[in-house]
Design a protein around this ligand. Sequence first.
Ligand SMILES: Cc1cc2nc3c(=O)[nH]c(=O)nc-3n(C[C@H](O)[C@H](O)[C@H](O)COP(=O)(O)OP(=O)(O)OC[C@H]3O[C@@H](n4cnc5c(N)ncnc54)[C@H](O)[C@@H]3O)c2cc1C
Length: 423
Amino acid sequence: MEQIIVVGGGAAGLMAAYSAAIHGAKVLILEKMPAVGRKILITGKGRCNITNICDITGFINNIPGNGSFLYSALNVFNNEDIIAFLGQYGVKTKIERGGRVFPETDKAKDVVQAFLSALKNLPVDIVVGQAVKKIDVRNGKVNGVITKDDCFHSAQQVIVATGGASYPGTGSTGDGYRLTAELGHTIIPIRPSLVPLEVGEEWIGLLQGLSLRNISAVLKADGKVLGHDFGELLFTHYGLSGPIILSLSRLVSEMLYHHPKPDLTVEINLKPALSDEILDKRIQRDFAKFSRKALKNSLGELLPNKLISIVIDLAFLEPEKPVNQISKQERTRLMDVIQHLTFSVTGVRPISEAIVTSGGVSVKEINPKSMESKIVPGLFLIGELIDVDGLTGGYNLQAAFSTGYVAGRYAALGELAREHKEF
Ligand SMILES: Cc1cc2nc3c(=O)[nH]c(=O)nc-3n(C[C@H](O)[C@H](O)[C@H](O)COP(=O)(O)OP(=O)(O)OC[C@H]3O[C@@H](n4cnc5c(N)ncnc54)[C@H](O)[C@@H]3O)c2cc1C
């Protein structure tokens, strides 16, 4: 039986190993950390948003980084397949807001355990604490790998699943970029994606820890709208985070990469469900209720406490002024700030704090039906290592599982895989 080597035991590598083994291969996983699946454990805040229940078009739309490259892989192994796979190994799943799929137990470790159970009875060896430092190529074909301690492992098929460069504490330190660039692959410059934003407003620290739901945010570059989102936002001591900011951050990273000093802003509407007219009526109602109170003490039903003095300052209003003396013009200024609370974006947090890495091995150099390199036969490239990145919602893990499954299957079956209808 020929041995296939999988470099990296993350979501993509574990799935590739499983797939290769069930399709008849003997597999060796070389993982540099003391255990496999470290990143899976921290996904979805420890709950693991495994996938999404949307259809293939939904996946492609939610994977702005080359989602269409995954079309074939998603056709072969999709969300129903990963749910069925996990079910087979005792992980029941549930669906939450936005079609997000989680283990019923809310425990990411159950997902890792399912993989370990699945691999236990298959011809798969897992060797941990073994970093691969080189992929050996002879006569233009893969020949094996060399580990950090100069051990050579022979293999005619090597699947590289080393992940991106985010959260390096989990083992994904970007090794795969060097390993594959050395073999002639093009690496699309890596950038942080799904990452918090830093803003210039000095008072941002006052809002630290405040989380807002049902608000809308518009990202602008030089006054032009780049993107927008609706949902939850979190203030941090340096800037903005939370789901809607993470989704917009990809555009910020890209902008900062191409234009060194764009004028980037995030405009927040704190009351997106209210029209101008209704918001005005709402403010007037509150002012009537608190008619003898100072402005600063009359907005508590409209805004969170931490925001009140900031909004008043930005609207150039006097906090001590009794609300029954506030003019229509002053009310309009207040409304304007509530609907357009604007932050100047100075940067993104470093890639080590990003949920995913954008960029990576160019998809133009990978066969989308097999994940095999078009440059080195026998080399397969999967998961976050490649230039594919999605939004939050389970899309990144599904990308890892789908590419992993396809690569494992193709590496095991070779040309025979083509005879199956999916290929
Ligand atoms: C905080 C956080 C939360 C997330 N939550 C979600 C979520 O809920 N849903 C979702 O879809 N996505 C989520 N993601 C993204 C998702 O986890 C990744 O996209 C996915 O894990 C990528 O899988 P991978 O197998 O390609 O890489 P990884 O999971 O990073 O695995 C790569 C493996 O390769 C090993 N390795 C690296 N270099 C070498 C080497 N030289 N030799 C041997 N081994 C090596 C690493 O140690 C690691 O085990 C989250 C990411 C983060 C950081």
